[in-house]
Design a protein around this ligand. Structure first.
Ligand SMILES: C[S@@+](CC[C@H](N)C(=O)[O-])C[C@H]1O[C@@H](n2cnc3c(N)ncnc32)[C@H](O)[C@@H]1O
Length: 238
């Protein structure tokens, strides 16, 4: 029987009864959290991680196996990072990778990106990475896509001014979709490239949380299969 504190996120996405990773998450407490614990940390993430009040706070949506997540921890030594994942095993994998490296400035939990308001107080975040969001290619499934106005509005609330949003995908349609989505008052495009790996990936001057050169696990596999990776970056400058 799963510990009540490990109660899964309320959506139907977690098949908890048969999923051993629900209980296994406690192996990495307090770094792997339940969705309830995450919601209790709203507005206090830095405190939770023992970071100063002015430390940057970053979010990765869907860290998968946690390779990129760990690299971001290595790269931005003063930042805290939160990962939200809808797959319990991937929450566990992400926690394990970063704990094994000795990191403590992070938390990872089972949560759904369309409920960001439950996790972050207005202006709490400094940056967001969304690497290879699910494409949901069929028309009837487009409503499940993350990149849509309701999600952008959630981001706007959770981000403080000058925060950055970085998106990578091997699904070419997401290029114009992302550019249209953030072509709206308060947002500025930092960069868009349809083929990130066509040229050497230099850090974009003036950006704070550039990590586009870190290949994610999914990206490596996808490129091996011949896919082209796009990169889009935006800044919230209301
Ligand atoms: C294609 S995989 C990419 C994984 C990783 N970012 C990478 O590039 O290797 C998409 C990931 O996002 C997670 N995911 C999908 N929808 C999500 C949502 N709404 N909220 C949080 N995570 C989500 C999936 O479980 C999966 O791990």
């Amino acid at each position: 029987m799963a510990d009540e504190r490990l109660r899964p996120f309320k959506s139907s996405l977690g098949r908890t009864e048969a999923n051993p990773y629900v209980e296994k998450l406690s192996e990495f407490a307090p770094y792997a959290m339940t969705s309830d614990q995450g919601e209790a940390a709203r507005g206090q993430w830095r405190e939770q991680m023992g970071l100063p009040a002015d430390a940057p706070l970053l979010l990765e949506v869907g860290p998968g196996n946690g390779f990129f997540f760990r690299e971001v921890l290595d790269r931005f030594g003063d930042a805290g990072i939160v990962g939200i994942e809808v797959r319990f095993k991937r929450v566990w994998l992400t926690a394990r990778k970063s704990v094994e490296e000795g990191h403590t400035r992070f938390r990872v939990l089972h949560h759904h990106a369309s409920h960001l308001d439950d996790l972050f107080a207005p202006g709490e975040l400094d940056g967001v990475y969304i690497n290879h969001p699910d494409p949901w290619p069929k028309q009837k499934h487009h409503k499940h896509r993350l990149l849509q106005p309701a999600f952008r509005d959630l981001l706007q609330r959770a981000l403080k001014p000058l925060s950055e949003v970085w998106i990578k995908s091997d699904f070419a349609d997401f290029g114009p979709i992302a550019c249209d989505l953030f072509d709206t008052p308060g947002w500025e495009r930092l960069t868009f490239t349809a083929d990130l790996h066509a040229a050497p990936t230099e850090p974009l001057p003036g950006t704070r949380f550039w990590a586009a050169d870190v290949e994610t696990n999914y990206e490596k596999k996808s490129r091996r299969a011949g896919a082209v990776i796009l990169l889009a970056g935006f800044v919230w400058r209301p």
